[in-house]
Structures are given as structure tokens and as C-alpha cells.
Unconditional design. Sequence first.
Lengths: 116, 116
Amino acid sequence: DAGVIQSPRHEVTEMGQEVTLRCKPISGHNSLFWYRQTMMRGLELLIYFNNNVPIDDSGMPEDRFSAKMPNASFSTLKIQPSEPRDSAVYFCASSPWRGVGNQPQHFGDGTRLSIL
Amino acid sequence: AQTVTQSQPEMSVQEAETVTLSCTYDTSESDYYLFWYKQPPSRQMILVIRQEAYKQQNATENRFSVNFQKAAKSFSLKISDSQLGDAAMYFCAYRTFTGTASKLTFGTGTRLQVTL
């Protein structure tokens, strides 16, 4: 079975540019999560969706960050404009959601983002 | 808000020996789920083991087992017969039991080194 698929795997871009990270969750999973991992702050939840609807975006650092889930098989995380402090590994994860929290989240391989 | 604390930034174990990684958490909820994830240098996040708070029996997965002490809010991971492939960052995580709040809260991680 295909796991969570993220693209690109690496992204290097200059400050001020728009960055779009993509995620395809596991088929049948109706919860999707975006995390950011840095040495200083560890793993932080940015936003998550249930059935394509954003449930909690309190972790989104500022208005430069936005996330969408137009359908059950695709989500994007966009940063515009990007800044050097946005450099991190961004993970997407998915899980089934059946009203209880016992289903583990399955993570993609992450996107390593470097803003110069 | 829930918090997860891993007080050991680094641990080392000799091959074939046993090591225990500590995790404590703070919550006012009575029902929840706990997880241990492993992140090798490849940066994948791999589920190691999970525990339902309502179960008194400690979870076990092959060489991995947990010591879940609900009253003490402690959730340690024991790795028996350590192998070189166990070297990785290990993250403890807490997940709400039900409702729409489905997010994982991660600890800061413990880096495990396995020596010959």
C-alpha cells in the first residue's frame, strides 16, 4: 500500500519566494495533519483537517502560512512570502478518524525546506 | 493543554542490552492514547508502539514494551536486545481520546545511540 506521499522532498529557495508543499494522504484516511520540525522547537502541529475541513489551525505561525485540502486525496501548505526562519522539515501525516483517537498517524517522508 | 516531557535528550546502550526511555505527560483527561515514534536518520516517523489509557495491560511489540503508570502519568519505552538499527530519535506522543480534537502532542525526543 502506498503511504503518505509528500513533494518535493527537498526545496531550496530564496527569501520572499512563494513555497508550496504538497501531500497525498493514504487512501481512506479522513484526517490530515501538517507538522513542522526544527531543532529549536521540535515537532509542532501547524494545522489539521477532518474530512477536508480545517479543524484546528492554531499552530499556523502567521498569515504567511496557509493550508488547503480541496479534496480527500490532496493537501497543500503554502508559505508566501517565505523567510529564512521558515527553514525546517515539514511533515504531512494522515490517519482514519472514527471519533476516537486510537488510530495512529502515518507520516510522509517530509519536505526539507531551506530558505536562503 | 496537554504537555509531554522527555527528560533524557540522549541515551546510549550496548548492542543486545536493554534500555528504557522515559516519558511523562500532563493532562486532565481520563481517556487518551499514548504513542512512541521512532525517527531514524532517514527522517521517517515510524510508529513503534501505542497504548490506550483505559487498558491496564502494558503494550508489547516484539522487543519493544511500555511501562504505563497512569496515576504517575508516566509512559516509558523499554527496548530489549538492542540492535544497531534501533539507533534513532524516539518521540513520545499524546493523543486526545474523542471529539474533534484529534491532534498529537509530541515530546522533545530522546536520541538513542547503540554501540557495539
